[in-house]
Write a protein that binds this ligand. Structure first.
Ligand code: FAD
Length: 429
């Protein structure tokens, strides 16, 4: 592939990662972002072995590892009976995998600093709304329909509400989900929580409260915990009208250990309301405009895959461009490389979401009585671990990646010889 002029729209995880891959492959890349200062939005994220492998391929694993907090287990209990209804452990599948909870700021800073160090131009304060294809070039337009740039290829990484995807001939149907969540990033000091787990409490499927210990934004900062409370978007105003103290007392009744976190919330403005939508852009390209990350596929974050899938898309697109002789065949190869993995996880997310966010007492009953029992019977623990890890089908090879060596990493951390670690890792996988 000859050297290309590539415009990347959006400085989120997908945009920053793809810009790094493509610039390192020798293309002329620039990022265009609508915010005046490129900045992360939101609270915590659970990075899976998939996304961590992409960060390792970019040479950023050690940086994110020092900022994040290792997660070994996803645990959920019925808030009323205390009974465990979800217990997924990464080590139920072989390979030594684990998750890493990070603050969004940590992931953003890691990728953004690498982009700046790599000399990738980032143009901010530009709201891109549409593209025009002129023979084999594509022109990006801002909201005043002024030309913002002219490229061989435009990568749309502008997220779930992408205007470029909505305005393209691939415009997906957007299904807004009934439930969303309030999120906040809070101090963990002095609170009683499991530092190795994503912990949740449920009341049927209408209440879900979660704590994700998410590490630090930059080295030396205090550790934070991402706190979330699931609710129907239609109920937000009524909840606010009833008052913050009323809301806190409901949470306290369900989960008294949340008190130190509730004490830190004095104003609704400290809570970010996240709305979720389910959509898939198919195929994920139109002419010389290609969609990656949430612009290509978005869903509720129930399975914690979105940012990880965005990073996989970035690796797969860069691999497809490196292995093809022209843009059209590269985009077809990119779509093929990601198709099965995206399809499977979109389907799983659609299927799992009502078990945790819906009005159905029947679905919650099935979750609490049947699923929680079946989940303990082999091979289900390993299968559930692979779903959470994002590895239930191989996402690596089609994206040109080799999975990160988790066991070697662990033995090195324990001070064992790297050679021994490599031998053990091969023996156990
Ligand atoms: C509450 C919540 C919790 C989540 N938890 C997890 C989790 O635990 N694990 C996980 O993997 N995923 C999680 N996700 C999903 C994850 O956040 C997304 O999948 C991920 O951020 C997608 O990355 P992206 O780069 O595609 O898009 P985004 O992160 O949305 O970034 C898009 C970028 O494009 C910019 N932009 C948008 N429009 C324009 C425009 N018109 N012009 C120029 N720039 C534009 C935006 O400002 C932004 O910088 C969660 C999502 C939510 C809402």
């Amino acid at each position: 592939m000859k050297q290309l002029d590539i415009g990347v729209v959006g400085a989120g995880p997908a945009g920053l990662a793809v810009a790094l891959f493509l610039s390192r492959a020798g293309h002329r890349v620039e990022i265009l972002e609508r915010f005046e200062t490129a900045t992360p939005v939101g609270s915590g994220l659970l990075m899976q072995p998939t996304g961590l492998t992409v960060l390792a391929a970019l040479g950023l694993f050690d940086t994110i590892q020092t900022l994040g907090n290792r997660i070994d287990r996803l645990h959920g209990a019925d808030a009323v009976s205390g009974r465990t209804v979800l217990d997924v452990r990464y080590d139920a599948a072989p390979g030594g995998r684990y998750g890493l909870a990070v603050q969004r700021a940590a992931l953003f800073n890691t990728l953004h600093d690498a982009a700046v160090t790599g000399g990738i131009p980032i143009r901010t304060g530009i709201n891109l709304t549409t593209t025009m294809q002129h023979s084999d070039r594509v022109v990006l337009k801002d909201q005043a329909l002024r030309d913002a740039g002219d490229y061989d290829l435009v990568v749309d990484a502008s997220g779930a509400r992408s205007l470029l995807a909505a305005g393209s001939d691939r415009a997906p149907n957007i299904r807004d989900l009934t439930y969303g969540a309030f999120w906040a990033t809070l101090d963990g000091a002095g609170a009683d929580y499991d530092p190795t787990a994503l912990s949740q409490r449920y009341d049927k499927a209408k209440v879900m409260i979660g704590l994700l210990p998410a590490g630090r934004a930059t080295l030396g900062d205090p550790d934070k915990v991402a706190f979330f409370w699931s609710l129907k978007i239609a109920d937000v105003e009524a909840v606010k009208a009833a008052g913050l103290e009323r809301w806190k007392s409901v949470i306290r009744d369900y989960w008294p250990e949340c008190q130190p976190f509730l004490d830190q919330i004095d104003d609704w403005d400290q809570l970010t309301l996240a709305r979720y939508a389910h959509r898939t852009t198919l195929p994920p390209y139109s002419g010389n405009l290609v969609f990656i990350g949430d612009s290509a596929h978005s869903t509720s974050p129930q399975l914690g895959q979105g940012a990880n899938m965005a990073l996989l898309d970035a690796a797969a697109l860069s691999h497809a461009l490196a292995s093809s002789s022209d843009i059209a065949s590269a985009l077809t190869a990119y779509a093929r490389a990601r198709r099965n993995h995206v399809r499977l996880f979109q389907m799983l997310s659609l299927a799992f979401t009502p078990f945790y966010q819906s009005d159905s007492t029947a679905i919650a009953w099935v979750r609490d009585r049947l699923v929680s029992t079946i989940a303990k019977v082999p091979p289900m623990p390993g299968f559930l671990a692979a779903i959470v890890a994002g590895t239930v089908i191989d996402p690596f090879k089609p994206a040109g990646l080799t999975e990160h060596d988790w066991l070697a990493q662990r033995y090195q951390a324990d001070g064992a010889l790297p050679e021994l670690a490599a031998v053990r890792s091969r023996a156990q996988i």
